[in-house]
Design a binder for this molecule. Structure first.
Ligand SMILES: Nc1ncnc2c1ncn2[C@@H]1O[C@H](COP(=O)(O)OP(=O)(O)OP(=O)(O)O)[C@@H](O)[C@H]1O
Ligand SMILES: [Mg+2]
Length: 245
């Protein structure tokens, strides 16, 4: 741990098991996320990546262990409400994130909740949408958007809160290559600390600097992994894709 940077979030001996499940998903997990960290989290389906982010945000409560935010333990709903005001979570499934009828209302919802006036929240939403290339989507109905559009609108809603840190659960899932590249550029323009979950190693390599995976319910650093882009030719070779080792 770099002592010069304050820990933003810390997990101490977190155990979490879903009701009715035999095995814990998080098993005495320790984890420290410091201000300035840009972490890529990858790993097999079902290894507990999404569960981890939900525990951090207080959406799931562990059976034991503690979440610390800004060096203070989070024990009751009020403590986690503070986490949710400061840290933006992009959910894996955009349909779970969007709930206002129109796009503008959805993106303005977070800023409104932070106490901005309706006019300020609207201005913040318009500015963020513009930044994400979503101008013109203001009056669209959220439930009629395409999958990729929903993902972008969800991201706009998270960024509009100007969070201190971003937790992004598969932000490029379902996005076309140009939109994926735009997300890379946007993330690289932000100085925000972040944890990004993705199965797209090339994306992680371009947006984060340390790599982690969850094994048997514990966090494992994978900094020894070398990610690299191949240059070769085949059909659709110009599109982002993965190769088996
Ligand atoms: N609500 C739930 N009730 C019971 N079990 C659940 C629930 N949500 C997830 N699980 C189980 O917990 C484990 C971890 O799930 P989680 O969604 O955290 O994995 P993940 O690493 O995010 O996977 P993916 O890469 O597929 O998104 C899986 O075995 C999953 O089946
Ligand atoms: Mg997941």
């Amino acid at each position: 741990m770099d002592q010069s940077r304050p820990p933003l979030l810390e997990l101490r001996r977190i155990c979490f098991t879903y009701p009715g499940a035999v095995r814990p998903v998080l098993d005495a997990m320790d984890f420290c996320f410091q201000s300035g960290d840009r972490m890529g989290l990858y790993g097999p389906n079902g290894s507990g990546k999404t569960t981890l982010l939900h525990v951090i945000m207080g959406l799931l409560r562990p059976a034991s262990g503690e979440v610390y935010f800004d060096n203070a333990p989070c024990r009751v709903e009020k403590d986690f409400a503070q986490v949710r005001r400061s840290i933006g979570l992009l959910l894996q499934n955009a349909d779970d994130q969007l709930f206002n009828p129109t796009v503008l209302d959805d993106v303005a919802f977070g800023p409104l909740n932070l106490g901005l006036s309706p006019d300020e929240a609207r201005a913040r939403a318009v500015e963020t949408m513009d930044y994400l290339g979503l101008s013109g989507f203001e009056d669209r109905l959220t439930h009629r958007l395409s999958g990729g559009e929903k993902k972008l609108v969800s991201l706009a809603g998270v960024l509009a809160m100007r969070p201190k840190a971003l937790l992004l659960d598969e932000p490029t899932n379902g996005l076309d290559p140009e939109t994926r590249d735009r997300i890379i550029a946007i993330l690289n323009n932000l100085e925000t600390s972040l944890i990004v979950i993705s199965h797209d190693w090339d994306f992680l390599d371009q947006t984060t600097s340390t790599f982690l995976t969850i094994q048997n319910g514990r966090m494992v650093r994978e900094d020894g992994h070398a990610f690299h882009t191949h240059v070769h030719s085949h059909r659709f070779g110009a599109q982002p894709h993965r190769h088996r080792p």
